[in-house]
Design a protein around this ligand. Structure first.
Ligand code: KIV
Length: 281
């Protein structure tokens, strides 16, 4: 029996060892076809709870359930073989206690096959991060602008411009890194703060509205493709305008159907062609 060499997925330890080295390229992915297209281009795919807004049309990430995250996480894992897959723990599935977080993380890892989970929060979540890591759950932290706390933060404004808030976010990041997180997302903060936090922690930082100095970057795939246009945060660069492309394709299709130009002969099942002799008979 021949054993075919299978491409190996990047591991949590490989990502962790990139601190200060080659930049870590991350994107979000929520569905199998898109994850399949992104897999070879990136190091890490995050099945983010941003799918609440990009896929389900909610106006915040709060309504996402563990079952939704598991369904999308499993689809992304099935479609990929290279990138490290990390799945967000949704709001309410981990904040109550370390034990609750472990039950949620264990379900996510067992039912999706992902290698790691991400959770939001700072010092108050450090005990939970340590609890998970000691039990074999790799954790990506997330500090700064934490969208699950949008109601407490009073909106999606960038953070850490004033000294007290800056010091708080620095303490948050250091606490999560010290608790054993393998990497740390820094979202929507003053650039200098993300820069300083990157220098202070021993694990890679992943910026989104952070700093070019972060060890890696992440964007929401729908933002990058121009598919999510309700609002575009300052930190987004749109690399394509696929929203416009989709609208144009639908417009062309509608026009063709209305004018009888689609379907054409090559799109219909006309049966085997008759030979000239049979037709003449
Ligand atoms: O849910 C998400 O997409 C995220 C990224 C923005 C980091 O948490």
């Amino acid at each position: 029996m021949s054993v075919q060499a299978r491409p190996k997925r990047l591991s949590v330890t490989q990502i962790q060892s990139r601190k200060g080295g080659d930049k870590i390229v991350c994107l979000t992915a929520y569905t199998a076809p898109v994850a399949r297209l992104l897999d070879a281009e990136v190091d890490l795919l995050l099945v983010g709870d941003s799918l609440a807004m990009t896929v389900y049309g909610f106006d915040s990430t709060l309504p996402v359930t563990l079952d939704m995250m598991i369904a999308h996480g499993a689809a992304v894992v099935r479609a990929t073989q290279h990138a490290l897959i990390t799945v967000d723990l949704p709001f309410g599935s981990y904040q109550a206690s370390p034990e609750q977080a472990f039950r949620a993380a264990a379900r996510v890892m067992a039912e999706t096959g992902c290698a790691a989970v991400k959770l939001e929060g700072g010092e108050e979540m450090a005990e939970t991060v340590a609890f998970l890591v000691r039990r074999g759950v790799p954790v990506m932290g997330h500090v700064g602008l934490t969208p699950q706390a949008v109601n407490a933060l009073g909106g999606y404004r960038s953070r850490g411009h004033r000294a007290t808030e800056r010091d708080e976010i620095l303490r948050d990041g250091v606490a999560i890194a010290d608790a054993g997180a393998f990497s740390l997302v820094i979202e929507g903060t003053a650039e200098r703060l993300a820069h300083e936090l990157t220098d202070r922690v021993a694990v890679p930082t992943i910026g989104i509205g952070g700093s070019p100095h972060c060890d890696g970057q992440i964007l929401v795939i729908d933002d990058l493709l121009g598919l999510f246009t309700e609002f575009t945060p300052k930190f987004v660069r749109r690399y394509r305008e696929l929203g416009e492309e989709i609208r144009a394709a639908a417009r062309d299709y509608a026009e063709d159907v209305r004018r009888g130009r689609f379907p054409a002969e090559e799109h219909t099942y006309t049966g085997p062609r008759q030979s000239k002799k049979a037709a003449a008979e």
